[in-house]
Ligand binder design. Sequence first.
Ligand code: ASP
Length: 336
Amino acid sequence: MADQNRRRVYLFGTGGTISFVGENRTDFANYSYQGSQLTIEEMLARVPEANELAEVVTEQVINVGSTEVYPNHWVTLASRVNERFATDPGAAGAAVTHGTATLEETAYFLNLTVRDARPVVVTGAMRPPSAMGTDADNNLLDAVRVAAAKQSAGRGALVVLNNEIQSARDVTKTDSYRVETFQSGHMGFLGYADADGKVAYYRRPEQRHTADSEFDLNGVDQLPRVDIAYAYAGADGTVIDALVEAGVDGIVAAGLGSGGSPSPFMAGLQRAIAAQVPVVLATQVGTGRVVQTRRFMEQGYIVADNLHPKKARILMMLALTRTKDPAELQRMMLEY
Ligand code: ASP
């Protein structure tokens, strides 16, 4: 029988593989453009055990594949989570179902904009609920379990798939089809939603997030536009010049190795800075920091430390709602 003292969890549906129904049990690849979709209520109905862990209140925000999730959806979702927390002191936490393609981006946005210590847990699936060996039901159950757990509070937005609890800041998708796709590189994951039903943590993120964030969506109608320019051998400044011409508010360079790129590409970045467009240097290698070398500092770059270029972009979009001062932008880049 369900525990009458169970805690309340808000479960937000946004779509993704976790919601798609394919043609048959071996449809692992075509479901997202040939199948139909479950609503968040239908997804929860497949996992009645979740109602024993928490009083689950569902809310459908959107129902799309996550390649169709845009920054305005991040704002809507974060605002809904903030509203639920503000109006319900009894809520234990929130869980979000999401496509895996852009899951880490939405999770990091929530990490910076949900202004509450209660957990917001994002999950998805690599195999649709209609497929053999689906991870949809387990991941949904684990997301509710982690959102309901007292010990999840104060760790920022979390990503839970494959029984692993990851920090939204560090996690990235590393494989196109494997269920163990979400990894946090050298940082590792934070804990397990494990086989005995326990939520077990071993550490917490050090960077600022959620309740300790300075970013506020109130009054923000439109997020600043920040784009990513990807470097490679022989890359020049064509894309960078086009971005400046298009009127972007900031640029993140996904540089080579420790953040440098071919000189024609760097010359394009210098033209952007001269045109008052702030430039963040990140690295495309996956782990490790971009540090303030003498050259980078003299040339006016902001560095991303060990933030993935996609996360550096999101942080810049929010930072630019507060300031255009390069020293302040650099401070924020290092603190979150
Ligand atoms: N196409 C899917 C998406 O919505 C992929 C997934 O969810 O795994 O991102």
